[in-house]
Design a protein around this ligand. Structure first.
Ligand SMILES: *[C@@H]1O[C@H](CO)[C@@H](O)[C@H](O)[C@H]1NC(C)=O
Ligand SMILES: *[C@@H]1O[C@H](CO)[C@@H](O)[C@H](O)[C@H]1NC(C)=O
Ligand SMILES: *[C@@H]1O[C@H](CO)[C@@H](O)[C@H](O)[C@H]1NC(C)=O
Ligand SMILES: *[C@@H]1O[C@H](CO)[C@@H](O)[C@H](O)[C@H]1NC(C)=O
Ligand SMILES: *[C@@H]1O[C@H](CO)[C@@H](O)[C@H](O)[C@H]1NC(C)=O
Ligand SMILES: [Ca+2]
Ligand SMILES: [Ca+2]
Length: 661
């Protein structure tokens, strides 16, 4: 009787505990496998989403927005508890002096561990690109830190010129624009702070940290001509186009980010591969005519970054596969494969073939719809929407989201899902797997309601690992708005969320910053597909930074429905000096990985966070309840046994007494 009451009490407690823990996850718990429009505090946003970044280092992704009049950069901070964005007005950056903001590059430019902003803009009808640095304090806002030397014509983008792990920029110099003898391409080189003598006591260390923070744009950045070993051979880098989709991304497979330059005229691109000697010319390729912004992803999950190119105003998307000699793993073991010694082994013979491109016809999926070719009502440096590539069903193959228009005014987000294309082969030796793409038409009503879409971005709303959508659109009155659409399609698939962050130096101490994500780090990993076959795939962290590329700090990597350890997870930093890649074994699915690369790979740090998903409270509750039930059982059985023992003993005593008689 007593134990039954205990059980009842235990069960009651569990229900209480369960509901208490469960409450926190309720906001985004939906029943159906579909997309849901969700309110996440963006109702009052009027402007253009420009960049994602973690402002205060709480591992939550905040949003930077360019106001409607393009004179203010706003911080919309993610509130973990309320699960929405909140406009942190104290952090607003107001730009006067007639400059209209067109882009924001987040990063830790002074390496103090806080997220800073580089604001790019221009004056009306001038081709001067003004660049202003704002240093973040990590709590309340930003401090103006002066201007960088201006650029000409096109927006400079972030890369790592000399392998220091600091953010440099590549572009055209405004001051040298009319100088016929000056080199064409320039680097805004971010110099490490001069480190004071390091026999420092506490005070000196503090002093130096303060000085570091006081540094300003002219201290941090200096303009120098881009140089390369190939320049000695007379090969010059082409002038970047305006707008461009140039990128800092690994294209030869060695896990070291290379330069992809979209050349002026928008007909060609150049690839300069990164090496210890610097950036070396590799190849020039043709772009399809009317090419829009190029996106980068390993579309066929074979370990090489491919190109995805929309044809503006038409209804076609080109997927151009990166043809590398495949690594000898799993299915791709055939006579011509590369010996699989290291996962990050480059193939200098890599190539792209426009003639072999896989062409997707949009109009065969959505009748009379063409790709949107321009966003409206944006001054200065605007670019057409890119194909946003992300693995939204986490099956290991990147999918696409595009903006199509129909007639004059309607424009919508459309989703394309990557599907197997059995027997489709491409490439030099017919060994490349192609993918096919199919229109997602079920469960997308939430997207179809938005009829004047300008652009979109993938991001993970509440950290569950599935990629949701931030959609930027015009309302009925033509006002710039943003909304969020929650992806409740594939909640049972597994993922890894990866983030590589720079490691700064303060005296002899390493400053690890979770906020200052860099452009260019590479992730390459050995996966076991749903059908049990091994393959190597690749992802890039924020390969593009100009023209509001809207990459999130972390990279979400889909690993399908196999809940296995990741056998090999390799990370490449952007520094060609010393060792630039490191492999980590046995990663657990659904974890967040933060990597801090350094010069010497043995000093790299990897931090692993288990995803606190919605089911965590339930797992905890189940665990606790099992323990309680077990405990009750043990106690009850123990008590019963003791009672029985006692009775036995007494009986034995009686027996003895009886015998003694
Ligand atoms: C023009 O470029 C040359 C070569 O880099 C340089 O020596 C010269 O000082 C530049 N002229 C001006 C006016 O900056
Ligand atoms: C920036 O640093 C330079 C050189 O140290 C100095 O001359 C200048 O006054 C500083 N400007 C600001 C705004 O702090
Ligand atoms: C420069 O040209 C020489 C001979 O043509 C070649 O061996 C060398 O690899 C080239 N260097 C670069 C960096 O392209
Ligand atoms: C796509 O459309 C073009 C013409 O618009 C056609 O030539 C081509 O065969 C189509 N491709 C596919 C895969 O349907
Ligand atoms: C990285 O290596 C370079 C050259 O070996 C050295 O100058 C630099 O100080 C190193 N940086 C760090 C952060 O250790
Ligand atoms: Ca490379
Ligand atoms: Ca590929």
């Amino acid at each position: 009787m007593r134990s039954l009451q205990w059980l009842r009490l235990g069960a009651g407690l569990l229900v209480l505990l369960d509901s208490a823990l469960g409450l926190s996850g309720n906001k985004f718990r939906f029943k159906l496998d579909q997309l849901y429009e969700v309110g996440i505090g963006l109702e009052n946003l009027r402007g253009t989403p420009a960049a994602f970044g973690d402002f205060n280092g709480d591992h939550q992704t905040d949003l930077f927005v360019i106001s409607s009049d393009q004179k203010t950069v706003e911080l919309w901070q993610w509130q973990k508890r309320e699960k929405n964005f909140d406009h942190a007005q104290s952090a607003d950056i107001h730009i006067d002096s007639g400059v209209l903001v067109s882009n924001v590059i987040p990063g830790d430019f002074d390496m103090d561990g806080n997220l800073d902003l580089l604001v790019q803009g221009s004056k009306k009808s001038s081709s001067e690109v003004v660049m202003m640095l704002y240093l973040g304090d990590g709590t309340s806002g930003f401090q103006a830190a002066g201007e960088l030397p201006s650029a000409a014509n096109t927006l400079p983008f972030a890369f790592d010129y000399d392998g220091t792990g600091r953010v440099d920029l590549l572009g055209l110099s405004w001051d040298q624009r009319d100088n016929a003898t000056a080199p064409p391409i320039w680097v805004w080189s971010n110099a490490p702070a001069a480190v004071p003598d390091t026999d420092s006591n506490e005070n000196d260390a503090k002093e130096s940290a303060v000085q570091e923070r006081r540094r300003n744009a002219s201290d941090l950045f200096s303009l120098r001509a881009f140089d390369s070993p190939s320049y000695g051979n007379g090969t010059k880098m082409c002038t970047p186009a305006s707008p461009h989709s140039s990128a800092f991304v690994d294209l030869d497979g060695d896990c070291l980010a290379d330069l992809f330059i979209v050349c002026d005229g928008n007909e060609e691109y150049q690839i300069w591969t990164n090496s210890e000697a610097g950036f070396v010319y590799s190849q020039t390729g043709k772009l399809p005519s009317d090419a829009g912004p190029v996106s980068f992803a390993d579309m066929n999950a074979d370990g090489s970054m491919d190109l995805v190119i929309p044809i503006l105003g038409k209804s076609q998307i080109y997927v151009i596969y990166n043809q590398q000699r495949p690594l000898c793993v799993g299915l791709r073991k055939h006579e011509n494969c590369r010996k699989f010694k290291r996962i990050c082994e480059g193939d200098p013979e890599f190539s792209f073939s426009l003639a072999d491109a896989h062409i997707i016809n949009i109009s065969s999926m959505w009748h009379s719809e063409v790709l949107l070719d321009a966003i409206s009502d944006f001054q200065g440096h605007a670019a057409p929407p890119a194909v946003r590539v992300a693995d939204f069903n986490l099956d290991g193959y990147p999918d696409m989201a595009i903006v199509t228009k129909k007639g004059r005014s309607e424009s919508r987000v459309r989703l394309l899902q990557s599907v197997a294309c059995d027997g489709c082969k491409a490439g030099k030796d017919g060994q490349l797997d192609r993918r096919d793409y199919k229109a997602v038409t079920d469960g997308v009503a939430a997207l179809e309601q938005l009829k004047h879409v300008q652009d979109l971005a993938f991001f993970d709303i509440d950290g569950t690992g599935t990629l949701d959508l931030l959609v930027y659109y015009l309302d009925g009155a033509g006002k710039k708005r943003a909304g969020a659409v929650y992806n409740n399609f594939f909640t049972d698939a597994f993922f890894i969320k990866a983030l590589a962050c720079p490691t700064g130096k303060d005296g002899n101490k390493h400053v690890r910053s979770y906020t200052g994500y860099m452009s260019g780090p590479t992730f390459k990993y050995l996966l076991v597909s749903d059908s049990g076959k091994k393959h190597v795939a690749q992802s890039a962290q924020a390969p593009q930074t100009a023209y509001r590329a809207l990459f999130t700090p972390y990279t979400v990597i889909g690993i399908g429905r196999t809940n296995n350890y990741i056998e090999d997870f390799s990370v490449g930093s952007t520094s060609a000096l010393g060792e630039h890649e490191r492999s980590f074994e046995g990663l657990i699915p659904n974890s967040n990985v933060v990597i801090f690369p350094l010069n010497t790979t043995k000093d790299w740090r990897l931090e692993l966070y288990m995803n606190r998903s919605e089911s965590t409270p339930y797992i905890l509750a189940t665990l606790l309840s099992s323990m309680v039930v077990l405990a009750i059982t043990v106690v009850t059985l123990g008590a019963l046994e003791r009672k029985a023992d006692k009775r036995e003993k007494q009986r034995a005593l009686h027996a003895i007494n009886f015998d003694a008689l």
